[in-house]
Design a protein around this ligand. Structure first.
Ligand code: SF4
Length: 231
């Protein structure tokens, strides 16, 4: 990834403080896609595009029973694959990605999911976000920060980025603010807090201790009122 933006010491300290406090409330940050190995995580992540983790977790047990390895999935009948993953949406395209990625893993990588960003990006249906999920959660490599819809929203609300849309720019801001060893967990923590308290639609700031403290610094301070923000 290209050069990261400059961040002040104060900005980095605030980010680390936020990270440590999130960790207190969500002490077990983890990927919520069920998987037993890197291949299963890769496939589950491809399926999770435009779909909830809960829905993906309902589909993958039968899928992995039918096709437990890249070799088996590479040989799958496309229509059978489509049927198994239909409820995750965009199933035709996803079925092609599953089969083609499995083929590439077998042909180019000796049947093993590759462990570098460059190689993962050669798989069909795997963009930087998918690669970050696999590298961080299957291989323990902090190459970047996964920016999904929750991370995008919370990064803006917490005032960690000014970028509203471009996930690559948001990722760079987060990489510049948080220490590298925290990158995988930063996105898990944001996702946990996003599901728990900082939901997409909020009519008033939640009572969560993080919100009460950071509501003075993030978007909710406007709701809490200027006077309260200055206490
Ligand atoms: S205070 Fe508001 S913007 Fe900040 S984390 Fe809580 S819900 Fe999100």
């Amino acid at each position: 990834m290209a050069k990261l933006p400059n961040k002040s010491k104060k900005q980095k300290e605030r980010a680390l403080e936020l990270y440590n406090e999130l960790l207190e409330y969500y002490p077990d940050p983890r990927c919520e896609l069920d998987h037993r190995n890197p291949f299963e995580l890769l496939i589950a992540t491809i399926l999770s595009a435009q779909c909830t983790d809960v829905r993906v977790n309902k589909v993958t047990p039968d899928l992995f029973e039918a096709y437990p390895t890249p070799e088996a999935m590479a040989k799958a009948d496309l229509e059978d694959l489509e049927e198994l993953i239909r409820s995750t949406g965009f199933y035709r395209n996803k079925a092609k990605s599953l089969k083609e990625s499995s083929n590439i893993i077998v042909d180019e990588f000796d049947g093993e999911v590759p462990q570098t960003m460059k190689e993962l990006l050669t798989l069909r249906g795997a963009a930087r976000k998918t690669a970050n999920v696999v590298l961080g959660n299957a291989f323990g490599k902090n190459e970047g920060v996964v920016v999904d819809t929750h991370v995008k929203r919370l990064s803006n609300r917490f005032g960690l980025t000014k970028e509203k849309k471009n996930t690559n720019k948001i990722e760079k801001d987060l990489m510049a603010l948080f220490p590298r060893e925290t990158w995988t967990d930063v996105s898990h923590l944001f996702i946990h807090h996003g599901r728990n308290a900082c939901k997409a639609r909020i009519s008033e700031p939640p009572d969560h201790p993080i919100c009460i403290k950071y509501g003075k610094k993030c978007e909710c301070w406007k709701m809490r009122g200027q006077a309260d923000a200055e206490k």
